[in-house]
Design a protein around this ligand. Structure first.
Ligand code: EPU
Length: 419
């Protein structure tokens, strides 16, 4: 297993480019199952999760070609409707093939994704909605088996604004008869990005980005091309790196308007930030102030930037609080930060972070994607050489993070495992 060595204490300066959004690219790739033909996706990040999506799509019979950030997907007239455990277990987002397969072929058998490090992550809301749209669903030997005589538009009231659930319903509704209304829909920018491509394919979509999305299904859709939006979580992670190091970092090719609650939190922490339409300029921070945040569905503070801001809070002048409301078990990075000298207490869903702690290098272990990022960030300020193990988690969702940070002046290198 590769590991990352980070020597802390250097000031970061310069420009860095943000890649395409993992959490947009994944549903977009699966949405191509809705229409036969050649789909062109641009700005697709080079990540292990994208490789997993490619593996799954190929196993279904699609042909994928990639040239840097350009992905071409050829979807045949007939595809396999079985998403095997071996493909799905690599990545939970694979459950997003359920909606499009069922809508186009009236049947799908998809392995249950199972839990993960950040919680049980059930998919009951996806299944309830599809049943309301006319699917018959049962679970057999670890697989969701779904059939229908034809999906029909329905009114779906989501109990929670689930991102994946909203995406699966949107894709299913695209080929359903009539109009589907999703109430309490997720409002994330990735939802709007998917809506844009569904529109390109010929679907009538309104309300994406609000809590009520209406989709009028079509008999047939056509393949098209689409540019994936910038990864707001990668952008935020790079902004925290700049803020922690006290340097001047320009994070380019991003969408500051997708990061309003995060940028507001950093502003309250005294981080000097300027934005243009596509850039975030971190202009250093000498006296970081403590704050309290609560993670919530968009436009609230994003859970995917919770671990990173916690590292910044270890350097604040006072006591900060984080309440994690989206996932049940997303404080796995805390025990590793403690090993580096942080002072953090967890009670139920709330972490209390005592600031102004001198972090010291230590061997630490990444436990999930965003936890890995917080440990790399901690390594940037810690005294000595921090060894971050199990960075395959990082490679799932950050494209060449070590190259991007090195480009800003960080001392970080990947050590390949020879075995
Ligand atoms: N939930 C249910 N039942 C459901 C669906 C969701 O109880 O049927 C619960 C989950 O267990 C969780 C909460 O609702 O506690 C939120 O889940 P959601 O469905 O919104 O999340 P997701 O679609 O599984 C996506 C991102 C995550 C991100 C969350 C929240 C992708 C591929 N993944 O997951 O990204 O944290 O939304 O914003 O889009 C990451 O990139 O590191 C990551 C984990």
């Amino acid at each position: 297993m590769d590991k990352m060595l980070v020597n802390g204490g250097l000031t970061l300066n310069g420009d860095v480019n943000v890649s395409g959004a993992k959490n947009s690219a994944l549903p977009l790739i699966f949405s191509t199952l809705l229409a036969e033909g050649r789909h062109d996706l641009n700005n697709v990040p080079g990540l292990n999760d994208i490789d997993s999506a490619e593996g799954l799509m190929t196993s279904l019979g699609c042909t994928i070609k990639r040239d840097k950030a350009q992905m071409t997907i050829d979807v045949p007239a007939e595809v396999e409707t079985l998403a095997h455990y071996d493909q799905v277990r690599k990545m939970r987002a694979s459950i997003l093939v359920l909606g499009p397969l069922l809508a186009r072929f009236n049947k799908a058998k998809v392995s249950l994704p199972g839990g993960c490090a950040i919680g049980a992550r059930p998919i009951g809301m996806h299944l309830d909605a599809l049943e309301k749209m006319g699917a018959k669903i049962h679970v057999d030997a670890g697989y969701v088996v779904a059939t229908t005589t034809g999906l029909k538009g329905a009114i779906i009231d989501l109990p929670f604004a689930t991102v994946g659930g909203t995406e699966n319903i949107m894709m299913a509704a695209s080929l359903a008869e009539g109009t589907t209304t999703i109430n309490n829909a997720a409002r994330e920018p990735e939802i709007s990005d998917l809506a844009d491509y569904l529109t390109t394919m010929g679907v009538q979509v309104s309300g994406a980005g609000t809590s009520t999305i209406k989709i009028t299904g079509q008999k047939e859709l056509r393949a098209g091309s689409h540019q994936v939006i910038a990864d707001r979580i990668e952008a935020g992670t790079l902004v925290v790196a700049g803020a922690l190091s006290g340097g001047e970092v320009r994070v380019k090719n991003c969408r500051p308007d997708h990061l309003e609650s995060f940028l507001q939190a950093l502003g309250q922490m005294n981080v000097q930030i300027e934005t243009t339409e596509t850039e975030i300029h971190v202009k250093g921070c000498k006296n970081i102030k403590p704050i309290s945040i609560v993670t919530e569905p968009y436009p609230g503070y994003p859970t995917d930037l919770q671990a990173q801001i916690m590292t910044l809070m270890t350097q604040a002048d006072g006591v900060s609080h984080i309440t994690e409301k989206v996932f049940e078990n997303r404080f796995m990075h805390v025990s590793e930060l403690l090993r580096m000298g942080a002072e953090i207490d967890i009670e139920n869903k709330t972490a209390t972070i005592v600031g102004k702690r001198n972090l010291l290098a230590a061997p630490v272990m990444a436990t999930d994607l965003r936890a890995s990022a917080s440990l790399i960030l901690a390594g940037l300020v810690a005294e000595g050489e921090t060894e971050v193990n199990r960075i395959y988690h990082l490679d799932r969702g950050y494209e060449k993070l070590e190259d991007k940070l090195s480009g800003l002046g960080a001392n970080i290198k990947r050590v390949k495992n020879k075995s």
